[in-house]
Ligand binder design. Sequence first.
Ligand code: NAD
Ligand code: GLY
Length: 359
Amino acid sequence: MSVLAVNLAEDSYNIHIGRGLLSSLGQRCAEVGLSSRAALITNPTVNAIYGAIARTALEVAGFTVAMIEIPDGEEFKNAATLSAVYDALIEAAIDRKSCVVALGGGVVGDLAGFAAATFLRGIPFVQVPTTLLAQVDSSVGGKTAIDHPRGKNLIGAFYQPHLVLIDVDTLATLPDREFRAGLAEVIKYGVALDLPFFEYLEQHAEDIIAKDQGSLEYVIRRCCEIKAHVVELDEKETGLRAVLNFGHTLGHAFETVAGYRELVHGEAIALGMVLAARISAALGHCSAADVERVAALITRLGLRIVPPVSDRVRLSEAIITDKKSRNGAISFICNQGIGNFAVEHLVPEKMLTLSGLEV
Ligand code: NAD
Ligand code: GLY
């Protein structure tokens, strides 16, 4: 097992990564000073597989547990579901000494985290991510949010968890499509921040796809290390942290326009990264060979690189509604070669033209 520290002064916490950790959930919550009641927020899919283990682990450590289920799917990461969660928290007499435990993927983690950030002006929160995407990205760093009909993650808060518990064994039941989607965020770290890690992914692509335990644990640990480092330097995204949005500007736009069932988050990010690499090449930040290399790795890791045909006006609107827009121009993250990044300010039309997208 590895333990990584995220050093954020009084909001510091540890990320535990290893196999079979779920059954130690209660003990580890107690170790960070939590006790009394826990609201275990999950969805029916994850609850059916891991709910009982998580609940028992908490109860054995002395917690009174209230199970709160939210429907499964990005389309439920919204204000109506959040409101139902507040109702359930009140019903379960959750108070400031209690904690919220998010058991599931990024949807559960983002919504449960925002509920914890806002309920009673903030109660302690624990992340137990069960998708690859949540283990390498969304559970670390304290971004919590719900979506608005006009765009993703428009309502949210920075709110750090007390603990992140990553049980790599939970990936065994993750559908292949979701596993591959998580690899998009993994690739992101390599392309925008870490050439040796990108090379590791190239060298171990087949092992990773085969869910080889050693490779998987290394990948998850390295992603968490990179993310923790970025978050430590720029927790509230005043600068550097925006690099983690590599591939997300166009990715979010595709997600919004295509619909959340057509493209899951990671699939949209993979498309966004290929287009971001093309834009980077058009602006002289990387070579055509770099673009090919990025696209080749994305393909080898089982993700598609050809976007669905989408309406240009709707894509532009979706880009501009994205929270990172400033007076029409978007801070756009380019890859500088592979393993580095550069920031450009682009209006959506120019972005779409430079990407070579046929719309
Ligand atoms: P998700 O939460 O929808 O989970 C994907 C699917 O896998 C769901 O159907 C879920 O029920 C199922 N599932 C989860 N764990 C499982 C398991 N172990 N076995 C079987 N099935 C399992 O999707 P996701 O990709 O984890 O998260 C996407 C969300 O994360 C998006 O809303 C995105 O905006 C958000 N996100 C947030 C951040 C952040 O920093 N907060 C970063 C990246 C993405
Ligand atoms: N996933 C982007 C961030 O955490 O900043």
